[in-house]
Design a binder for this molecule. Structure first.
Ligand SMILES: [Ca+2]
Length: 501
């Protein structure tokens, strides 16, 4: 690969000029019958590795090696929300192809496998998003559209209708790095709704693109917001955006530091559930749970988190921004299984350290397959440090005395030197603002510090929480900032046991 030079720029300009002349002089069409199977060509580089060739921002890379990427078109120009570009993805990432011409979807529809011979294409960026094009643009770091006469030379069309399943992610998993693995891939976000002020608007504004803000879980966590950006040339530009709540899919992109989603069409917005208002709602998917639980039956009442794939247990809430006087229960839980070494911040469905056959060395597949789950969080500089909170909301403790809480607290990333000190606190009433700490009778509540494994903690709850007719809140909270340097701990909780007499 070469950094762009004046010579290359002139060469690129010449190619473009040539393309224009040929196009206008012979008016060729490219409606040859497409092949129905995979053509005789194989990829020799992943999209991720291709994108890694762009090593400096605002640079344009002229690709000189005989490299071929392969992927499936995940977005075309059919709805008009893309114009003169398509997006394709493989299992490692996605990228934009800037292509001159209209009705690109007739040649490159969503679901079609493509092989792109990238030698003599250019790798550049727009707003930080990497793109492939036919030349270097005069805008710093940008690439020009590949001329129609060169498209068949570079793009080999493969089979139609290749499935692309959206990857369920959290916005906190998405970054604005040029090489972000989710950039230009199909993603899905769970439990979203548009901002109330936007529900009276169309997807786009006439004469200008639309930037509609979607929030997760009743707008309680600003770091999970995403901007849905829609072209006013799209065929759904003037459609009113739905006011309900549900899943949101599309192609992830960003512009500078703004995380964006581009809809393929309005089917990407499945907001079929009732809109929620501030304060959260019960039921519904993996996001939130029934608001409270009661200590029914005979002592003890246990929570083992083994059904996290279906969502949080009743009365269990998670958050990342609690303080001494406020309690964050607003994080929507993403129920998909995750791994201890995952670097993305947030609450996760993790393999429990106490699971059968689970050891510090258990590989990713073993972790994924373990039926013994734990509710864990990796804190980051912006998530839960301090403020990470696991909250248990009891509807009442009527007739329950001498309450005791036992739980397992686990450190699951032994590479972490930093440590987190967790505190157990309780509060009473519907909207408590005063929290009282309870020192455990036994067990360590510090995680991280190069450790791996489970610590059993016993907390004798004070008489103040016994026999209460109103709500009793118990929280395990990272009240103070982590100590040390480097990555933050992955802390999980399991085998919660409330006992009484
Ligand atoms: Ca468990």
């Amino acid at each position: 690969m070469n950094r762009i030079s004046v010579k290359n720029l002139m060469a690129a300009a010449y190619v473009l000029l040539l393309g224009t002349v040929v196009l206008s002089s012979c008016k060729r069409t490219y409606d040859d019958p497409p092949p129905t199977g995979a053509p005789g060509i194989v990829a020799n580089i992943t999209i991720r590795d291709l994108k890694a060739m762009d090593t400096a921002p605002y640079s344009v890379v002229h690709i000189t090696q005989d490299l071929v990427i392969s992927g499936v078109v995940n977005m075309d120009d059919k709805s008009g929300n893309y114009y003169q570009q398509i997006s394709m993805q493989d299992s490692t990432g996605g990228i934009i192809l800037r292509l001159a011409g209209s009705n690109l979807n007739t040649s490159y529809p969503v679901g079609r496998q493509l092989f792109v011979k990238v030698k003599d294409l250019y790798l550049g960026e727009y707003g930080g998003m990497l793109q492939l094009g036919g030349g270097a643009d005069s805008i710093e770091g940008g690439v020009t559209m590949l001329s129609p006469v060169l498209q068949d030379r570079h793009i080999i069309k493969g089979a139609f209708n290749q499935p692309i399943l959206p990857k369920v992610v959290s916005v906190t998993d998405l970054t604005t790095n040029r090489q972000d693995r989710y950039a230009n891939t199909l993603i899905q976000l769970v439990d979203y709704q548009f901002a109330a002020a936007d529900t009276t608007k169309g997807y786009a504004d006439i004469g200008a693109a639309g930037n509609r803000v979607a929030n997760q879980n009743c707008a309680t966590a600003t770091n999970t917001r995403i901007t849905v950006r829609t072209s006013d040339f799209s065929n759904f530009a003037t459609s009113r955006i739905p006011s309900g709540r549900g899943t949101l899919a599309g192609i992830y992109s960003f512009f500078g530091s703004t995380k964006q989603l581009t809809l393929r069409d309005t089917n990407d917005v499945q907001f079929n559930n009732p809109r929620c208002t501030s304060g959260g709602t019960g039921g519904g998917g993996g996001g939130t749970s029934a608001p409270t639980f009661t200590l029914t039956g005979t002592s003890p009442y246990t929570i083992n988190f083994n059904n996290l794939a279906s969502g949080l247990p009743a009365g269990v809430r998670i958050g990342s921004a609690s303080t001494a006087t406020t309690n964050d229960t607003g994080t929507v839980f993403n129920p998909i299984t995750n791994i201890w070494s995952g670097t993305g911040g947030g609450w996760k469905n993790l393999a429990s350290a106490t699971g059968a056959g689970i050891t510090q060395g258990s590989d990713l597949a073993t972790q994924d397959a373990s039926s013994d789950r734990a509710l864990g969080i990796r804190q980051t500089s912006t998530i839960g440090d301090p403020g990470a909170t696991l909250t248990f909301i009891l509807a009442n403790t009527t007739g329950r005395n001498n309450l005791k809480l036992e739980f397992g607290i686990q450190s699951l990333d032994p590479s972490v030197t930093r440590s987190t000190a967790w505190t157990v606190e309780y509060a009473l009433g519907d909207s408590p603002t005063s929290w009282t700490a309870v020192t455990p009778a036994s067990g360590s509540t510090t995680t991280g510090n190069l450790s791996w494994g489970n610590s059993n903690v016993t907390v004798n709850l004070p008489a103040a929480v016994a026999n209460q007719s109103g709500k009793v809140w118990i929280r395990i909270v990272a009240k103070t900032a982590t100590s040390g340097g480097g990555s933050r701990p992955v802390t999980a909780f399991d085998n919660i046991k409330f006992s009484w007499s």
